[in-house]
Design a protein around this ligand. Structure first.
Ligand code: NI
Length: 203
């Protein structure tokens, strides 16, 4: 019998409800200045940068992985701060996986948000998440987090380590098909008139 060498040993990860992983292997942040072109209302984004500065934190991610490769998992937390640009709620940039059939679990740890999902052929879905609720995002769906609450929106995510991310897919289409906007005390998904349709599959 052939036995593959064990190249990693298990470690304990302490995952905080407010986001963050003790034992993480990576940490990164996205700032207001990184979000140019992400929001439809460019004037509102410019005004926000002028008022709050391009270094204002929008969201941050901790993640952990062992080896690379198709069999490995990446586990992480995403912490998206509350806020609005014009009438749009704070969002992450959003992406489709570069290996597009790779799925991803998002489990809400704290806050209130929406997992906004679209396919290249025009299907849309927006699922509200509160603590204890999760979305098992199928492969082939573009996905982004939206904070529709007043506190940080924290999700625990898990996906295949070989998935990769294609962040250009949304920008190339003029934004997602819908935007998540303020609607009374809540939110609504409204058609984005700048959306031109998505390009073909990446993989
Ligand atoms: Ni993803």
């Amino acid at each position: 019998m052939h036995i593959d060498p064990i190249v990693d040993t298990p470690v304990l990860l302490e995952i905080a409800r407010e986001g963050g992983i003790e034992g993480r292997s990576r940490h990164y942040e996205k700032l207001l200045g990184d979000m140019q072109g992400v929001y439809r209302d460019g004037d509102a984004w410019n005004a926000a940068v002028a008022e709050r500065g391009e270094d204002e934190l929008v969201y941050w991610v901790d993640d952990h992985r062992y080896q690379e490769g198709a069999g490995a998992l990446i586990v992480g937390t995403s912490t998206l701060l509350p806020g609005r640009i014009g009438n749009e709620f704070a969002v992450t940039r959003g992406h489709i996986h570069a290996v597009s059939d790779r799925a991803e679990l998002y489990f809400c740890m704290s806050g209130r948000g929406v997992m906004q999902m679209e396919t290249l052929d025009g299907q849309t879905s927006a699922i509200e998440l509160t603590p204890g609720r999760a979305v098992n995002v199928p492969g082939h769906w573009i996905h982004r987090s939206v904070n529709v609450g007043d506190e940080p929106f924290v999700t625990l995510f898990c996906y295949a380590a070989d998935a990769g991310q294609d962040y250009g897919v949304i920008a190339d289409a003029g934004g997602m098909k819908h935007n998540i906007v303020v609607d009374g005390d809540g939110w609504a998904a409204v058609p984005n008139p700048d959306h031109r349709g998505y390009r073909g599959p990446t993989a």
